[in-house]
Design a protein around this ligand. Sequence first.
Ligand code: MGD
Ligand code: MGD
Ligand code: MO
Length: 676
Amino acid sequence: MDSWLPSVCPFDCPDTCGLLVRVEGGKATAVKGDPDHPFTKGFICQKMAQYPARVHHPHRLTSPLLRTGPKGSGQFKRVTWDEALSLAADKLGETADRYGPASVLPYSYAGHMGHVQRNAGNAFFHRLGASKLGRTICSSTASAGYAFSLGSGPGTDLSQSRQADLILVWGCNILTTNLHAWPWFQEAKKRGARLVVIDPYANETARKADTHIKLRPGTDAALALGLMQVIISEDLLDREFIQAHTLGFAELKERAAQYPPERVAEIAGVPEEQIVELGRAYGRAKAPYIRTGCGPARQLKGGMAMRTIALLPALVGAFERPGGGILRSIGAGDCLDLSRLNAQELSPEGTPTVNMVELGSALALDTPRPINLLWVYLSNPAVVAPDTSAVLRGLAREDLFLVCQEMFLTETARWADLVLPGASSLEMTDLHTAYGHRCVQMAKPIIDPVGECRSLWSVFREMAGRLGFEEEVFTADEEQHIAWMLEGGSPCLEGITMQSLAQGRPLQADIPANPYSRGFLTPSGKVEFYSEAMAALGLDPLPSGEPSRDDDHGGEYPLQLITPPRKQFLNSTFNEVATQRERAGEADLFLHPLDAAARGIGDGGLVRVYNRRGECLLRAKVSDAVLPGVTVAEGLYWGAHTPGGKGANHLTSQALADVGGSSAFHCNQVEVAPAP
Ligand SMILES: Nc1nc2c(c(=O)[nH]1)N[C@H]1C(S)=C(S)[C@@H](COP(=O)(O)OP(=O)(O)OC[C@H]3O[C@@H](n4cnc5c(=O)[nH]c(N)nc54)[C@H](O)[C@@H]3O)O[C@H]1N2
Ligand SMILES: Nc1nc2c(c(=O)[nH]1)N[C@H]1C(S)=C(S)[C@@H](COP(=O)(O)OP(=O)(O)OC[C@H]3O[C@@H](n4cnc5c(=O)[nH]c(N)nc54)[C@H](O)[C@@H]3O)O[C@H]1N2
Ligand SMILES: [Mo]
């Protein structure tokens, strides 16, 4: 029988699309957008259109596998689930007895965003006493920086932007990473709004904008201070708003005075006239709206960059005008009560935490606290974590037992001792929220299980049974956990219940479209130009425009490299799908004509990109899409899908950003040469 059933996109993207999936004979045969979804309104990206091909891919893992050849050889034999989980339980027991439970480390991130499956291992590893994982690889620097200025909590909803007359897309590649914002921006443009993109390269969004401010990576705080200086010196301020709702304006004024446009032009590589013009435009706009992504935060001083950008709306009182405001993220995730699922209280006091960005170092042999068993799920660290050679050295360790639950034999899973076949979102029950809109949606299994694939929850529940863990958290099923998340949730979930979600349709949480109309969740309740909390942490309490720079080793690595997403992939996911690989084409490097000429590199030539951490081979794409001195490697390609077998994370570092513990994925110094 042919029917279209509701589901949700499970991937790590702000849009979390409502889907309709055609199911025939227990298989997904087509997918389309749900036209009734209030935010995604019936269209989906090119990746998700390939979802049935991914779910029913011939290379999908369908049974547990045990390594038979040398580590990393990809030689495995099929085993039963019973054999696999018995072995896993034995290894966990042995490792914990011999080296202590903290020598076990879970490693997971966002391969599936539903709350139950994504968090399925938490209670289990807490109860075991395993080391904890600091899951900060993505947005925690951005959110920590932003929170110093405006408080935590949701930003101005994208739907508001349709009433804006000036939209700044600040370090967010909308047409790649937040596609469904585009129609709102187009609506604003039809009403006469101007769209400005602030980004180091002419990405697809910048190419379609009215103005592209092409800056050097890591100079956003300086640029924002330059704009502030124009706004202050030309008196384009909203004094009433500043008086009533902000803290530290006098100090900010002094600091901004140190960033006149001519100085900022030098730091950021943006023409002085452009800074002055944009400062005036922002100061005079009736309703300026900023959509900022993670781009400016994936820098060594990324927290400071986000904090500084987030202060702009307060200077002009944008929060009080329909269409004005700023968005970093918005969603109902924070409304849920995850405490029962996570069972934080089961983790023994004093258990160490490993930051997931520093996996390479954590897996080194000479650490004070070696890891002897690593359990990976919903993540592909051999591709997504920084400093790939350090990560691979760790994964190759003979004395490390590696368990990996995956849908495919990824470059991480290849190193595993034991591979567990993971179910897809179409085979699992889960509750989904977004980080770009306010919907909550339940997904149910709508196709037959593929092979012997199992949900993450069912695996950890069974493991708990094998280890004799008897707490209620382990015996509950997925639906019970969802019910608990909703029951203990905040009032914004009013009317969102197991019953109302049962049809699988999106429901909107009661989060205001302009949450700032209710005030700011900072310690003072005001916008904090001056932050006491930052001072207490030994940070500069005022915005600082000092640029982020990776060590260039005395000029040995003179070029800056950023590594943002390629449209065709979702982090490292969709590398498995041939259509997406073909659409993505060969992995390449944007390079300015002056830098190319100085190195004897022609457009389309194969180049070696390298620094002290590693190297990769990419195809040169020579154009003025970037400033001189700046290069871009879009990703994330699996290493094997690049000309030299090594992906861009061979060049990135494990260094942590200033606050929040994220990686500085866009802060790298490299040199480039024609490939031998
Ligand atoms: N197609 C696709 N969509 C995705 C993803 C994907 O991999 N592919 N990933 C998803 C995930 S996990 C996330 S977290 C989001 C991330 O999506 P975004 O929030 O958009 O963040 P990034 O992709 O890191 O970078 C966005 C832009 O910032 C720019 N940038 C880099 N450095 C700087 C800088 O110093 N200053 C400024 N102003 N800009 C800079 C980059 O060139 C890029 O155009 O997207 C999600 N959506
Ligand atoms: N250089 C560089 N590196 C980056 C970034 C960057 O911009 N530049 N972005 C960073 C960011 S923002 C993030 S969030 C991280 C993302 O890092 P990850 O969360 O590790 O992202 P993915 O590459 O999507 O890997 C998820 C894995 O989960 C598996 N998976 C997907 N769906 C399912 C499922 O339904 N069931 C099961 N069992 N498995 C599934 C997939 O097969 C995939 O291999 O990467 C980071 N790495
Ligand atoms: Mo992310």
